[in-house]
Design a protein around this ligand. Structure first.
Ligand code: ADP
Ligand code: MG
Length: 250
């Protein structure tokens, strides 16, 4: 079981009235309809909500993979558009289901930060150890890894930067249950040992029950409900959340 996280009370991520629209078939579609909320340093938040509710968009505006239309997003108190973009992306790590790897060996993948920024926090050996990848894999082609190993590699690459915030978008969705549990344990350990702030989108309700401290429930581009995990799962306040938990609208 995970220990309750230490909460310093300082803001890691803060959203104020954030909106974002996409053009779809010539019409404008508002995917985020005014998001306001705060994730404190050291928090472990899981974001739940039906497909299309804006979860991925919400994560991707935190490191400017996408740009908000209106409103502000503050990372450690500084608005995303005021950050140097490469500093922002080194601070806010974003990992996806697809766990992209570069051509070459596992070691090449784990030396990328050194190559790009001439600095990295850990050696490839240390990164492998940190994420539970065996040393023997270092000289293998990254393309030959299993899904679970690729996901560990992708997380290890994120950790080679001084990330203090980890954004995870459905990272275990393509994995078998055993690999998914290993990744869960890894994230919990990193959260505790490295004092990382975690914001994790999942569609796996059992996973959210196992690991979340706090749940953000999204529907139609809004955060409908923010609650302590135990409270959310036993007593969701909104009908949409109750429907979601029954499995009606995943
Ligand atoms: P979720 O992660 O909750 O499924 P998303 O944030 O991915 O939701 O997207 C919400 C909606 O926005 C989806 O219905 C999708 O069709 C639309 N959308 C996402 N990205 C784009 C894009 N680049 N261009 C147009 N529409 C998009
Ligand atoms: Mg998504």
């Amino acid at each position: 079981m995970k220990e309750t996280s230490m909460n310093s009370g300082t803001s890691a991520i803060s959203f104020t009235s954030v909106t974002k629209s996409y053009e779809q078939n010539g019409a404008s579609f508002e995917v985020l309809q005014g998001i306001t909320g705060e994730v404190k340093q050291g928090d472990f938040v899981m974001v739940l909500g039906p497909s299309g509710s804006g979860k991925s968009t919400l994560l991707s505006i935190c490191n400017l993979m996408k740009t908000p239309d209106e409103g502000e997003v503050y990372i450690h108190g500084k608005e995303v558009r005021d950050w140097n973009i490469s500093e922002l992306r080194r601070t806010v790590g974003l990992a996806f289901q697809s766990a992209p790897v570069i051509d070459g060996t596992v070691r090449d993948n784990l030396s990328l930060a050194e190559k790009l920024h001439q600095k990295q926090l850990y050696t490839p050996e240390e990164l492998a150890r940190l994420t539970g990848l065996s040393d023997e894999l270092l000289d293998r082609s990254a393309r030959d890894l299993s899904g679970g190993q690729r996901q560990k590699l992708s997380l290890a690459r994120t950790l080679s930067n001084p990330s203090s915030i980890l954004l995870l978008d459905e990272i275990t969705s393509a994995l078998d249950p055993v690999s998914a549990l290993e990744i869960e344990e890894l994230i919990i350990r990193l959260h505790q040992e490295k004092k990382l702030t975690v914001m994790w989108v999942t569609h796996n309700i059992e996973q959210a029950k196992r690991v979340a401290d706090t749940i953000w429930f999204m529907a139609d581009g809004r955060v409908l409900e923010t609650a302590e995990s135990g409270v959310f799962f036993t007593d969701p306040k909104h009908e949409a959340a109750r429907e979601f938990l029954k499995g009606g609208t995943r």
